[in-house]
Design a protein around this ligand. Structure first.
Ligand code: ADP
Ligand code: MG
Length: 265
């Protein structure tokens, strides 16, 4: 699918990030470089506190690097852009707005044509199985439904690049599996470039075509794994099918060993 973003879709060059608080200075990321091509689905894995969310916030333009540059679509990132959708770990739905009104928040903030935005939001919500809940309030939804509503809100302005920060981590395992299957289907249909942050190795391998492993703080890129499933044939399997492919266990073991998961913090 043609998109407005030329190649590479995202370039992170020699980026470091320091956080300053009255008590201390924290080097959260050190010298991170990464190129992401249009249509890539990149998963970033690493233990808690290694700087995954920081990296997404930098790509989104919410924070600026202490050193280095970030560009999206060939343009240096200085501030959040409508071309980039950012979905946080917590769904951040507004409890006093209906599901449809929540899905329209991004479009409102960006000053988009609200008639068109409403039609798209409705269409997305219906496709995500929330057609009967357009005028319901978030409190009436299950955890999985809330995440789908949050995804509709993120996709409503039609961003080229989607940043997902542990979108399934608050959900039970079974729901997480089902939702990652649904979201993978939605995203491959929409042809978006995606960066997914997760600490779940299986989720990363089953959804992404590239898995980037980050080291402990200060976060650095430790390694990259290109994920392919030749046993499945030329097409990319959906996440549940990917988990059943013989290649899956090999990737899992390699990434597990690199992550040092037995040294739980
Ligand atoms: P992850 O998402 O991988 O768990 P984060 O990017 O949230 O990691 O955090 C990386 C490091 O930076 C952690 O040590 C965290 O405590 C610190 N940190 C994150 N946000 C801030 C902030 N706003 N101010 C100070 N330190 C922060
Ligand atoms: Mg995080």
């Amino acid at each position: 699918m043609q998109s407005a973003i030329p190649s590479p879709a995202v370039r992170v060059s020699n980026v470091s990030l320091n956080y300053y608080t009255p008590e201390r200075e924290t080097l959260a990321l050190s010298n991170v470089s990464l190129d992401i091509e249009e249509g890539d689905f990149v998963a970033i894995v690493g233990s808690s506190g290694c700087g995954k969310s920081t990296l997404l916030s930098l790509v989104s333009g919410l924070i600026r690097p202490s050193q280095g540059d970030i560009s999206v679509g060939g343009k240096l990132v200085y501030a959040p852009s409508p071309k980039v959708g950012y979905m946080f770990q917590k769904d951040t739905l507004l409890e006093w707005r209906t599901v449809l009104e929540n899905a329209l928040i991004g479009a409102e903030l960006l000053g988009l044509d609200m008639k068109k935005a409403k039609a798209r939001a409705q269409d997305l919500l219906i496709r995500y199985g929330l057609g009967e809940f357009l005028h319901a309030y978030p409190a009436q939804l299950s955890g999985g439904m809330r995440q789908r509503a949050a995804l509709a809100r993120t996709l409503c302005p039609d961003p080229d690049l989607l940043l997902l920060d542990e979108p399934f981590s608050a959900l039970d395992y079974q729901i997480r599996l089902a939702l990652s299957e649904e979201i993978a289907a939605i995203l491959s249909e929409e042809g978006k470039t995606v960066i997914l942050v997760t600490h779940d190795i299986g989720e990363a391998i089953s959804m992404a075509n590239r898995v980037i492993v980050m080291s402990r703080r200060p976060g650095r890129i430790k390694s990259e794994h290109r994920i392919t499933f030749p046993s499945y044939g030329a097409a990319r399997p959906m996440p549940l099918a990917a988990r059943k492919c013989p290649e899956f266990a090999g990737y899992f073991q390699a990434i597990w060993d690199e992550l040092d998961m037995h040294q739980v913090q």
